[in-house]
Write a protein that binds this ligand. Sequence first.
Ligand code: ACO
Length: 321
Amino acid sequence: MTYAKITGWGKCVPPAVLTNDDLSKFVDTSDEWILSRTGIQERRITHVELSELATLAAKRALAAAGLEGSDLDLIILATASGDSLIPNTASAVQRNIGACNAAAFDQNAACSGFLYGLQMGTAMIKSGVNRRVLVIGADRLNYYINWADRASAVLFGDGAGAVILEASDDACGLLAAKLGCDPERRDILEVQGPGTYVDRFHTSACYNIAFEGPEIFKRAINGMNSACQTALSDAGMSGSDIDVIIPHQANLRIIQTLAKKMGVGMEKVMVNIHKYGNTSAASVAIALCEAVEEGRIQAGSNILSAAFGAGLTYAGVVIKW
Ligand code: ACO
C-alpha cells in the first residue's frame, strides 16, 4: 500500500510585528480586550505579495525534504488572498521554485484550506497519479482589513506554511480525514468587496471582513468536534492515542473547548495564536512546522489537526508522523 509521507516542512512569517498596544494607537481597542477574548498578543504583517511568503515557505520545505522544485508533480496552494484571481498564485510559486514538471492550482476553503489540500495531495499520491506534492497554506488577510472596523482589525496575521508529501511504503502521513462544509449560514463570515457578487456591496475598491463571532464560535466547535470524532474513529484511535493536537489558531477559547471535547489536556495542544493571530489557511501549517521545530512531534507521533473557516468549511484529520 502507498502512503503519502510528510518529508519536508517550512514556514514564513513576516518580520514586522504589530502588537495589541500598537493597534490600540489607531483602533478603538485595548490589549486587555484582545487578549482576554482571543488569546492574541501580537501578529505579523507584510506588504509583499502573497506569492513571496508562499515561495519562502515552499523553499524551506523543499530544503528539509532534500528536493528540488523540478522534483514536484503537483502544487496545491490553499489561500483566500492570492496575488491575483487570474492567473493563479500557485503558478507564481511554481516559477519561483523552478517546478517545471508540476501542475499548479489555487484552492479556497478559507482557514480549512491547508487541511483540505493535505487530503487532496494525499489522495493524488495514494491513487498513484502523483509521487511528490507540495501543499501550501498561505494568507495575507490584513490586505482585506478595514482598519476602522475594530471587530476584525485585531484578529488576523499574515504568513505561510508548506509541506512536501512523498509516496512511501511507511504507514504514515494522513491516516484519516473528515472534511465538511456547513453552508446554511455561509453569510456569517465574508470578505465584502472582491468577486462578481458586487451588486450586494456596491464596492470593489474597499474591502471589509465581516462576521458574526458568537455564531461562528458555536458552529466552529460543532464542525471540528464531529470531524475529529469521525477521523479518530476511522483511524481506529481515541483521544488518548493522540500525542499532539494542531488546531486552527482563531481563538484560544475555541482551542481549549475543542481539546476538552477530545479528552486531551492542553499540554498536548500546540498554541501559537499569541504570536501570530489568525493566519487563516497558513495557521495549521505554521503551527505544524513549529511543533516539529520544538520537538513536540517525533517520528511515530499521532497528530490530530482541526480547522474551520468561511463557508463554513471544517476539517478534522489524523496524521502519523
Ligand atoms: N476591542 C474592543 N471592543 C470590541 C472589539 C475590539 N477589538 N471588538 C468588538 N468589541 C466590542 C463590541 O463592540 C461589543 O460591544 P457592545 O457589547 O458594547 O456592543 C463587545 O465588544 C462584544 O462583541 P462581540 O462581537 O459579541 O465579542 P465576542 O465576545 O463574541 O468576541 C470574537 C469576538 C473574539 C471574534 C469571538 O466571537 C470569536 O472568537 N468568534 C469565533 C472566531 C471568529 O469569529 N473569528 C473571526 C472570523 S475568522 C474565522 O473564524 C475563521
